[in-house]
Design a protein around this ligand. Structure first.
Ligand SMILES: Nc1nc2c(ncn2[C@@H]2O[C@H](COP(=O)(O)OP(=O)(O)O)[C@@H](O)[C@H]2O)c(=O)[nH]1
Ligand SMILES: [Mg+2]
Length: 233
């Protein structure tokens, strides 16, 4: 087998839908019960490049492997569940540290999955959610207001750039790298992966050439049409 040209790694808490997102994209299907085998990877040909996409298990016992999976990664997809705020917190507290072994110009995407389970679902205007009197005690897990706003993911993205000492103007904009998806309906799933593939190609080329610049050339990159209104500054 030819050695992959670049590597993308999915990280995030257990059950946020990492495996499901990959399955949706690669196999065009969704299953309500997903086998919990960790560490599987897919190989995707994108243009003339072969990109490996690694699914990691979020369980504690596999946790230490995360940094191994991330070694040399050209992009990391940090995944949370929009209905579970703690899963976003975990990204910062438990998973970001695992990305130390990634490529120095590694790209970060932050993905809020399972939007189909919240009221706004796929059709949202993200300025509409004020202080709606949600179920304070946490009652029905059925459709309720989204628990994590896109702005919170955007804030985390900006924090990551600071933490990694990356200049915001050298990196793709937060709005371009924060996605809300549903592996179940397929909402934004192709957009997520294909945006990343396009962005990862320059990283791959630079990794190959061992070129000096640490910046990402996104000047020639045109994002595919978003299926949602890309608001939120
Ligand atoms: N409703 C809904 N369920 C999802 C979605 N993505 C994953 N799931 C379900 O959430 C559970 C955990 O998904 P899985 O992909 O195994 O999560 P992982 O542990 O992050 O790999 C499974 O029962 C999936 O069917 C989604 O977008 N919407
Ligand atoms: Mg999984």
């Amino acid at each position: 087998m030819r050695k992959p040209d670049g590597k993308i790694v999915l990280l995030g808490d257990m059950n946020v839908g990492k495996t499901s997102l990959l399955q949706r994209y690669m196999e065009r299907r969704f299953a309500d019960t997903v086998s919990t085998v960790g560490g599987a990877f897919y190989l995707k040909q994108w243009r003339s490049y072969h990109i490996s996409i690694w699914d990691t298990a979020g369980r504690e016992q596999f946790h230490g492997l995360g940094s191994m999976y991330c070694r040399g990664a050209a992009a990391v997809i940090l995944t949370y569940d929009v209905n579970h705020p703690q899963s976003l917190v975990e990204l910062e507290e438990r998973f970001l540290g695992l990305t130390e072994t990634a490529s120095t110009d590694c790209l970060f995407a932050i993905v809020g999955n399972k939007v189909d389970l919240s009221e706004e679902g796929a059709s949202e205007g993200c300025e509409t959610e004020g202080d709606s009197p949600g179920p304070a005690g946490g009652s029905a897990p059925s459709k309720g207001p989204k628990q994590v706003r896109l702005e919170e993911a955007v804030a985390l993205y900006k924090k990551i750039l600071k933490y990694k000492m990356l200049d915001e103007k050298d990196m793709p904009a937060a709005e371009q790298m924060c996605f809300e998806t549903s592996a179940k309906t397929g909402h934004n799933v192709d957009l997520l992966f294909e945006t990343l593939f396009d962005m990862v190609v320059p990283v791959i080329l630079r990794q190959r050439a061992q070129g000096p610049p640490q910046t990402v050339d996104i000047s020639r990159y045109k994002p595919p049409e978003r299926t949602k209104s890309g608001c939120c500054a």
